[in-house]
Ligand binder design. Structure first.
Ligand code: TUI
Length: 305
């Protein structure tokens, strides 16, 4: 299956792994790239020198292209942006903001720039700023989200820009990939599916929660603070949502979530931790290797198209 995205990125299959905070480290990224997709290292809130180490470790594990995701709320984003150029990374995706100020530096260095957007307006702005493609991410996604669904967002973005569009949010199998193609996308990005991968470093308790999750088991915290985050419902989200309802201020809410993603991913605290996951978690029934995940998705999608 050759598409504008497989050609642009020099990859075999139109499948990109999300740049997930704490989860998307070098082993997962290398496994996805070695399986023919595009692996991403999620810089999240990491200091630039940690990101540099992750990039070097990933290079040692794969000769295939891989990318780095820059989370723009990261206070170290500027330094991370420079490390990407210094280390010769081929692809960068961005999330949770507008990457315009880094675009010139990245383009000059020949880095392919793919901002994640949650609206048509942002997609158009990014194309004008020189983006090579965009990820149109629906609100079915895990983590920080916008407010439009993938089904509605993707075709509207496709009509509004001339660069290739990658669909994200609510996609975890070959039906999702085939459907995204029908909407005009040239590839998909999946996060939740890869959280449950064998190569993912996510704690077994978190993976078990994901695999047991049903369609309605996620909720969205942070709508009152302007940073809506989708995660699996637990004691933390119940307390958070109660505080939000009572009109708690930002600092009070922050106390509940400070370090909570690390707690879930590394320590396996599924009670007080933040279990970021998309609405498609209910579709995921087993822990497979990245190679198995990608092979199954491609076989299913090709049988449908
Ligand atoms: O970025 C993501 N997903 C994320 S980032 C993250 S780390 C985090 N944790 C807690 C609170 C906030 C962040 C966890 N998951 N997805 C890509 C994405 N980007 N979704 C939505 C957006 C977005 C939002 C606003 C993109 C651009 C944008 O523009 C705002 C502006 O500057 O106009």
């Amino acid at each position: 299956m050759k598409t504008d995205i497989t050609k642009l990125l020099g990859i075999e299959y139109p499948i990109i792994q999300g740049g997930m905070a704490w989860v998307a480290e070098h082993k997962l990224a290398a496994a996805v790239s070695n399986a023919g997709g595009l692996g991403l290292i999620g810089a999240a809130s990491a200091p630039a020198e940690i990101v540099r180490e992750e990039i070097r470790k990933c290079k040692a594990l794969t000769d295939k292209p891989f990318g780095v995701n820059v989370m723009l709320l990261n206070p170290n984003a500027e330094e991370v942006a420079k490390v990407i150029v210094e280390e010769g990374v081929k692809v960068v995706t961005t999330g949770a903001g507008n990457p315009a100020k880094y675009m010139e530096m990245w383009k000059k260095a020949g880095v392919k720039v793919i901002p994640v957007v949650a609206s048509v307006a942002m997609a158009v702005l990014m194309e004008r700023a020189g983006a090579d493609a965009v990820v149109a991410e629906g609100m079915e996604s895990g983590g920080h989200i916008g407010s439009t669904t993938t089904m509605a967002l993707v075709p509207q973005v496709v009509d509004a820009v001339t660069i290739p569009v990658i669909a994200a949010g609510g996609i975890a199998d070959g039906r999702g990939l085939a459907a995204a193609m029908m909407l005009g996308a040239s590839a998909v990005q999946m996060g939740t599916r890869f959280v449950a991968a064998k190569e993912s470093i996510v704690h077994a308790n978190y993976k078990e929660k994901l695999i047991k999750a049903k369609d309605i088991d996620s909720t969205v915290t942070g709508t009152t603070t302007g940073h809506p985050v989708r995660c699996i419902r637990n004691k933390m989200t119940k307390e958070y949502l109660k505080l939000e309802k009572e009109g708690a201020d930002f600092m009070e809410l922050e106390k509940l979530t400070l370090g909570s993603l690390r707690k879930a991913v590394i320590e396996g605290d599924v009670v007080n931790g933040t279990l970021m996951a998309g609405q498609i978690a209910g579709l995921i029934k087993e822990e497979l290797s990245c190679e198995e995940i990608i092979r199954q998705i491609m076989e299913q999608a090709e049988s449908l198209m």
